[in-house]
Design a protein. Sequence first.
Length: 438
Amino acid sequence: MGPDITEPLTLKCGLVLPNRLVKAAMAEGLADKGHLPGERISRVYSEWAKGGWGALLTGNIQVDVQHLGGYGDLATRSNQADEPQLLDPWKQYAEACQEHGTPAIAQICHPGRQSPRGAGERGIFGQTIAPNAIPLNMGDGVAASIVRNIVFGCPRAMSKSDISHIVGQFVNCARVLAQCGFSGIEIHAAHGYLLCMFPISHHPMPGIVNRNVDTAQFLSLGSNDRQDEYGGNPERRARIVIEIIQQIRKEVPANFCIGIKLNSADHNASEFEDTMTQIQCFYNAGVDFLEISGGNYEDPTMMGRGVREEPNKPKSQSTAAREAFFLDFAAQTRKRFPDITLLLTGGFRTREGIEAALKGGVCDFVGIGRPAVLRPDFLRLMMDPAYTNQEASVVFSKVPVPLVARLLQIKSLGGGAETEYFRGQIHRLADGLSTFAP
Ligand SMILES: Cc1cc2nc3c(=O)[nH]c(=O)nc-3n(C[C@H](O)[C@H](O)[C@H](O)COP(=O)(O)O)c2cc1C
């Protein structure tokens, strides 16, 4: 029998989370000038800090100011550690997150080929970078290719010196954040960002047909045809991430937590075993927790988009399975790695669903994204016995996909609309306003 929501969790590094629910990473788009945190983002996190969460995972913080995932992303600079005036905003941000004792874990990221033109300081014509020069596939139509070319272009294949530079940028970012008071970092190696492309291929959940995955796209994401030590077998594809974990560990205090967010793989797919091998590598490298998610710009399954239930399969069997997008993969991972601390994110809306996943032993803690925006006090709603199970739920409709996206067959816009809506709500929190469900 697994833990209760209220039970504290001690991570391998010694960091204690007071309970089992964490606010998931959601890019806020609230950076001030210079990609620094300011008052608006601190106001949002002050609101979440009051919520009593087990931890607050920040939205992604980019490790390279030249390559941002979105125009309002926060980013660190390589000279940051030596410039006190550049550290103060980060200190204030960490303090706002942790003012009521909730640990803040900063998600750190490089967007790779998912960096739109103009996002970052590389200039409008600066190319994105990726393991191979393979552009995004945003949909089947000509319009999707045109949009892709305008917005992202084709990435440049990274050289070995690019790789070691990027490893250094991740380490620098983690060092700066540790210095400024964060309790840990999470390496974002999911959702199609740079590191995701090295180790993990994306695949839809079992029992679910993904309308959007075509073979070519799947192969292009799954294959890493680098000929050097960063390509080839699963261990070699995981190498950049292993180097990042090991080098960060040397630079931060022993009780500073290092987590990683990965995409799931279908149990029946050939990539499943590769993924398991890579998880073993990350575990050996010393991660404190593994967060399971899925999807990318091409197939935003992390938002519950692009999936439908198979018509001849019975409706989901368990309460947890009805909610959690990636429950099956979490269960498979748990079976193989009983000692890894697992965080499962995506789809949880009710106390019953969360308790079923925790008590069923599928994961050790649960990440809450959109419901945390609608109800910053979501944790209290779940934990307070004064609310019945029926009341302890935050259920809402999907954000409609814009007509133009459907007409132009641009798949990513479904997830994009969802993200934009909720980012707008985060901005309302920044302005001291209440939020609304779609
Ligand atoms: C506005 C918004 C921004 C997001 N930004 C990030 C991000 O920066 N990093 C990340 O790992 N996931 C990000 N996500 C995905 C969430 O962490 C989470 O996986 C997803 O929302 C599914 O969980 P939910 O069903 O509880 O919302 C974002 C989601 C939303 C809605």
